[in-house]
Design a protein around this ligand. Structure first.
Ligand code: ARG
Length: 268
Protein backbone atom coordinates (compact mmCIF):
# COMPACT_ATOMS: atom_id res chain seq x y z
CA UNK A 1 0.00 0.00 0.00
CA UNK A 2 1.37 3.41 -0.94
CA UNK A 3 0.68 5.98 1.75
CA UNK A 4 -1.41 8.92 0.49
CA UNK A 5 -1.11 12.54 1.50
CA UNK A 6 -3.91 14.95 2.29
CA UNK A 7 -3.43 18.72 2.20
CA UNK A 8 -3.25 20.19 5.66
CA UNK A 9 -3.77 23.58 7.23
CA UNK A 10 -1.28 24.43 9.95
CA UNK A 11 -1.00 27.26 12.43
CA UNK A 12 2.51 28.38 13.40
CA UNK A 13 4.10 31.13 15.49
CA UNK A 14 7.43 32.69 14.46
CA UNK A 15 9.97 32.38 17.34
CA UNK A 16 10.65 36.13 17.41
CA UNK A 17 10.73 36.07 21.22
CA UNK A 18 12.15 32.56 21.60
CA UNK A 19 14.47 32.13 24.58
CA UNK A 20 15.23 29.62 27.30
CA UNK A 21 14.73 31.64 30.47
CA UNK A 22 13.03 29.10 32.73
CA UNK A 23 13.02 25.34 33.15
CA UNK A 24 9.73 23.44 32.94
CA UNK A 25 11.09 20.29 31.30
CA UNK A 26 14.45 18.47 31.51
CA UNK A 27 15.62 19.74 28.09
CA UNK A 28 15.64 23.37 29.21
CA UNK A 29 18.79 24.86 30.71
CA UNK A 30 18.42 28.61 31.28
CA UNK A 31 22.18 28.91 31.89
CA UNK A 32 23.09 27.48 28.45
CA UNK A 33 23.53 29.71 25.39
CA UNK A 34 20.92 29.82 22.64
CA UNK A 35 20.76 31.64 19.36
CA UNK A 36 17.47 33.38 18.62
CA UNK A 37 18.42 34.19 15.01
CA UNK A 38 19.24 30.53 14.35
CA UNK A 39 15.95 29.46 15.92
CA UNK A 40 14.12 31.82 13.56
CA UNK A 41 15.93 30.55 10.48
CA UNK A 42 15.38 26.90 11.42
CA UNK A 43 11.70 27.67 11.97
CA UNK A 44 11.49 29.50 8.60
CA UNK A 45 12.89 26.39 6.96
CA UNK A 46 10.26 24.22 8.66
CA UNK A 47 7.50 26.55 7.47
CA UNK A 48 8.89 26.52 3.92
CA UNK A 49 9.00 22.70 4.04
CA UNK A 50 5.25 22.60 4.74
CA UNK A 51 4.56 25.12 1.95
CA UNK A 52 6.68 23.08 -0.49
CA UNK A 53 4.61 20.00 0.41
CA UNK A 54 1.48 21.91 -0.63
CA UNK A 55 0.12 22.69 2.84
CA UNK A 56 -1.30 25.99 4.06
CA UNK A 57 0.39 27.77 6.95
CA UNK A 58 -1.44 30.41 8.98
CA UNK A 59 0.52 32.57 11.40
CA UNK A 60 -0.35 33.86 14.85
CA UNK A 61 1.47 36.95 16.12
CA UNK A 62 4.20 36.11 18.64
CA UNK A 63 3.85 37.98 21.93
CA UNK A 64 6.80 39.40 23.89
CA UNK A 65 7.43 37.68 27.22
CA UNK A 66 6.15 34.31 25.93
CA UNK A 67 9.33 32.55 24.75
CA UNK A 68 7.58 29.17 24.29
CA UNK A 69 4.74 30.55 22.16
CA UNK A 70 6.52 29.13 19.10
CA UNK A 71 5.21 25.73 20.24
CA UNK A 72 1.83 26.16 18.56
CA UNK A 73 0.84 22.53 19.13
CA UNK A 74 0.16 23.50 22.73
CA UNK A 75 -2.20 26.31 21.70
CA UNK A 76 -5.42 24.30 21.29
CA UNK A 77 -6.97 21.03 20.15
CA UNK A 78 -8.75 21.44 16.82
CA UNK A 79 -10.95 18.68 15.39
CA UNK A 80 -14.02 18.84 13.11
CA UNK A 81 -13.90 22.65 13.14
CA UNK A 82 -14.25 22.72 16.92
CA UNK A 83 -11.61 24.15 19.20
CA UNK A 84 -10.87 23.20 22.79
CA UNK A 85 -8.74 25.93 24.35
CA UNK A 86 -5.85 25.16 26.68
CA UNK A 87 -4.85 25.77 30.26
CA UNK A 88 -1.11 25.45 30.92
CA UNK A 89 0.33 23.75 33.99
CA UNK A 90 3.03 26.40 34.36
CA UNK A 91 2.47 30.10 35.03
CA UNK A 92 5.23 30.99 32.55
CA UNK A 93 3.06 29.80 29.66
CA UNK A 94 -0.39 30.73 31.00
CA UNK A 95 -0.92 33.78 28.76
CA UNK A 96 -0.46 31.73 25.60
CA UNK A 97 -3.83 30.05 26.13
CA UNK A 98 -6.02 33.16 25.68
CA UNK A 99 -3.86 34.34 22.76
CA UNK A 100 -4.48 31.14 20.80
CA UNK A 101 -8.17 31.06 21.81
CA UNK A 102 -8.53 34.63 20.52
CA UNK A 103 -6.93 33.69 17.20
CA UNK A 104 -9.43 30.88 16.69
CA UNK A 105 -12.40 33.02 17.72
CA UNK A 106 -11.28 35.76 15.30
CA UNK A 107 -11.00 33.16 12.54
CA UNK A 108 -14.57 31.95 12.96
CA UNK A 109 -14.13 28.85 15.12
CA UNK A 110 -16.34 27.74 17.96
CA UNK A 111 -14.03 27.81 20.99
CA UNK A 112 -14.68 25.78 24.15
CA UNK A 113 -12.98 26.90 27.32
CA UNK A 114 -10.72 24.43 29.07
CA UNK A 115 -11.76 23.52 32.61
CA UNK A 116 -8.61 21.59 33.52
CA UNK A 117 -4.88 21.56 32.84
CA UNK A 118 -4.74 20.82 29.13
CA UNK A 119 -1.74 21.47 26.85
CA UNK A 120 -3.60 20.91 23.61
CA UNK A 121 -2.14 18.88 20.80
CA UNK A 122 1.09 18.43 22.69
CA UNK A 123 -0.84 15.75 24.56
CA UNK A 124 -3.90 15.09 22.39
CA UNK A 125 -3.39 13.48 18.99
CA UNK A 126 -6.02 12.54 16.42
CA UNK A 127 -5.33 9.00 15.16
CA UNK A 128 -7.91 7.95 12.60
CA UNK A 129 -11.27 8.38 14.32
CA UNK A 130 -10.03 8.40 17.91
CA UNK A 131 -8.02 10.77 20.05
CA UNK A 132 -4.96 9.54 21.89
CA UNK A 133 -4.39 11.55 25.04
CA UNK A 134 -1.28 11.68 27.20
CA UNK A 135 -1.21 12.39 30.90
CA UNK A 136 1.30 12.14 33.72
CA UNK A 137 3.19 15.41 33.38
CA UNK A 138 1.00 18.11 31.85
CA UNK A 139 -2.54 17.46 30.59
CA UNK A 140 -4.75 16.14 33.38
CA UNK A 141 -6.92 13.06 33.19
CA UNK A 142 -9.98 15.27 33.78
CA UNK A 143 -9.10 17.14 30.58
CA UNK A 144 -9.31 13.87 28.65
CA UNK A 145 -12.94 13.47 29.74
CA UNK A 146 -13.71 17.05 28.70
CA UNK A 147 -12.01 16.41 25.34
CA UNK A 148 -14.27 13.42 24.75
CA UNK A 149 -17.37 15.49 25.58
CA UNK A 150 -16.38 18.40 23.34
CA UNK A 151 -15.46 16.37 20.27
CA UNK A 152 -17.70 13.34 20.72
CA UNK A 153 -14.89 11.04 19.76
CA UNK A 154 -13.39 8.23 21.84
CA UNK A 155 -10.44 9.45 23.90
CA UNK A 156 -7.85 6.88 24.87
CA UNK A 157 -5.75 7.80 27.88
CA UNK A 158 -2.05 6.97 27.72
CA UNK A 159 0.13 7.26 30.81
CA UNK A 160 3.50 8.94 30.24
CA UNK A 161 6.24 7.87 32.67
CA UNK A 162 9.53 9.42 31.48
CA UNK A 163 10.03 13.13 32.33
CA UNK A 164 12.10 13.61 29.14
CA UNK A 165 8.97 12.71 27.16
CA UNK A 166 6.58 14.94 29.05
CA UNK A 167 4.11 15.56 26.19
CA UNK A 168 2.56 12.73 24.17
CA UNK A 169 3.92 14.24 20.93
CA UNK A 170 7.49 13.74 22.16
CA UNK A 171 6.91 9.97 22.52
CA UNK A 172 4.43 9.12 19.76
CA UNK A 173 3.84 10.28 16.21
CA UNK A 174 0.64 9.65 14.22
CA UNK A 175 1.78 8.58 10.76
CA UNK A 176 -1.60 8.10 9.10
CA UNK A 177 -5.14 7.07 10.04
CA UNK A 178 -4.04 3.53 10.84
CA UNK A 179 -0.55 3.74 12.22
CA UNK A 180 1.83 5.44 14.62
CA UNK A 181 5.48 5.41 15.63
CA UNK A 182 6.35 5.46 19.33
CA UNK A 183 8.88 4.85 22.09
CA UNK A 184 7.50 2.06 24.32
CA UNK A 185 9.55 2.95 27.40
CA UNK A 186 7.92 6.39 27.56
CA UNK A 187 4.64 4.71 28.54
CA UNK A 188 3.37 2.74 31.52
CA UNK A 189 3.06 -1.04 31.12
CA UNK A 190 -0.70 -0.83 30.72
CA UNK A 191 -0.46 1.91 28.11
CA UNK A 192 2.16 -0.09 26.20
CA UNK A 193 -0.29 -2.99 26.07
CA UNK A 194 -3.02 -0.65 24.76
CA UNK A 195 -0.68 0.67 22.05
CA UNK A 196 0.27 -2.87 20.99
CA UNK A 197 -3.40 -3.77 20.71
CA UNK A 198 -4.36 -0.64 18.76
CA UNK A 199 -1.31 -0.50 16.50
CA UNK A 200 0.15 -3.99 16.03
CA UNK A 201 2.24 -2.78 13.08
CA UNK A 202 3.55 0.38 14.70
CA UNK A 203 7.03 1.67 13.96
CA UNK A 204 9.01 1.23 17.17
CA UNK A 205 11.48 4.06 17.74
CA UNK A 206 14.93 3.63 19.26
CA UNK A 207 16.15 5.48 22.34
CA UNK A 208 18.52 7.42 20.05
CA UNK A 209 15.65 8.57 17.81
CA UNK A 210 13.62 9.73 20.78
CA UNK A 211 16.61 11.50 22.35
CA UNK A 212 16.79 13.89 19.38
CA UNK A 213 12.99 14.34 19.60
CA UNK A 214 12.68 12.29 16.41
CA UNK A 215 9.11 11.31 17.29
CA UNK A 216 8.13 14.95 17.34
CA UNK A 217 7.33 14.67 13.65
CA UNK A 218 4.54 15.90 11.38
CA UNK A 219 2.94 13.52 8.90
CA UNK A 220 0.45 14.34 6.16
CA UNK A 221 -0.25 10.65 5.66
CA UNK A 222 2.57 10.22 3.17
CA UNK A 223 5.45 12.54 3.96
CA UNK A 224 6.84 12.67 7.47
CA UNK A 225 8.73 15.85 8.41
CA UNK A 226 11.08 14.86 11.21
CA UNK A 227 14.30 16.00 12.89
CA UNK A 228 17.19 15.25 10.56
CA UNK A 229 19.16 13.78 13.48
CA UNK A 230 16.67 10.87 13.81
CA UNK A 231 18.45 8.65 11.31
CA UNK A 232 17.18 5.21 12.36
CA UNK A 233 13.57 6.42 12.46
CA UNK A 234 14.03 8.03 9.06
CA UNK A 235 15.21 4.69 7.62
CA UNK A 236 12.40 2.73 9.32
CA UNK A 237 9.77 5.09 7.88
CA UNK A 238 11.21 4.85 4.37
CA UNK A 239 11.19 1.08 4.64
CA UNK A 240 7.43 1.30 5.33
CA UNK A 241 6.89 3.37 2.19
CA UNK A 242 6.66 6.85 3.71
CA UNK A 243 8.50 9.80 2.21
CA UNK A 244 10.59 11.71 4.71
CA UNK A 245 12.00 15.22 4.96
CA UNK A 246 14.64 15.86 7.59
CA UNK A 247 14.67 19.32 9.18
CA UNK A 248 17.11 20.77 11.68
CA UNK A 249 15.42 22.51 14.60
CA UNK A 250 18.24 21.91 17.07
CA UNK A 251 17.92 25.40 18.55
CA UNK A 252 14.27 24.83 19.46
CA UNK A 253 15.16 21.47 20.98
CA UNK A 254 16.93 23.46 23.72
CA UNK A 255 13.42 24.28 24.94
CA UNK A 256 12.29 20.67 24.55
CA UNK A 257 10.47 21.09 21.24
CA UNK A 258 10.71 19.76 17.69
CA UNK A 259 8.88 20.20 14.36
CA UNK A 260 5.54 18.88 15.63
CA UNK A 261 5.57 21.16 18.68
CA UNK A 262 5.86 24.13 16.30
CA UNK A 263 2.84 23.01 14.29
CA UNK A 264 -0.86 23.00 15.18
CA UNK A 265 -3.11 21.34 12.65
CA UNK A 266 -6.29 23.29 11.99
CA UNK A 267 -8.90 20.67 11.10
CA UNK A 268 -11.93 22.33 9.59
N1 ARG B 1 9.30 24.49 26.61
C1 ARG B 1 8.02 24.00 26.22
C2 ARG B 1 7.35 23.35 27.43
O1 ARG B 1 8.01 22.69 28.17
C3 ARG B 1 8.13 23.02 25.10
C4 ARG B 1 6.81 22.59 24.53
C5 ARG B 1 6.94 21.57 23.45
N2 ARG B 1 5.71 21.35 22.84
C6 ARG B 1 5.20 20.14 22.53
N3 ARG B 1 4.11 20.07 21.84
N4 ARG B 1 5.77 19.03 22.96
O2 ARG B 1 6.17 23.50 27.66
Amino acid sequence: MTPTATRRRYLMCRPTHFAVTYRINPWMDPSAPYDNALAVSQWENLRQTFLDLGHTVDLIDPLPGLPDMVFAANGATVVDGKVLAVQFRDAERADEGPAYAAWFAANGFEVHESKYTNEGEGDILLAGDVLLAGTGFRTSHAAHAQTQEVFGRPVITLQLVDPAYYHLDTALCVLDKDNVAYLPSAFSAGSQAVLRQLFPNAVIATDEDAAVLGLNAVSDGRTVVLPVQATALNAALRERGYETVGVDVSELRKAGGGPKCCTLEVRG
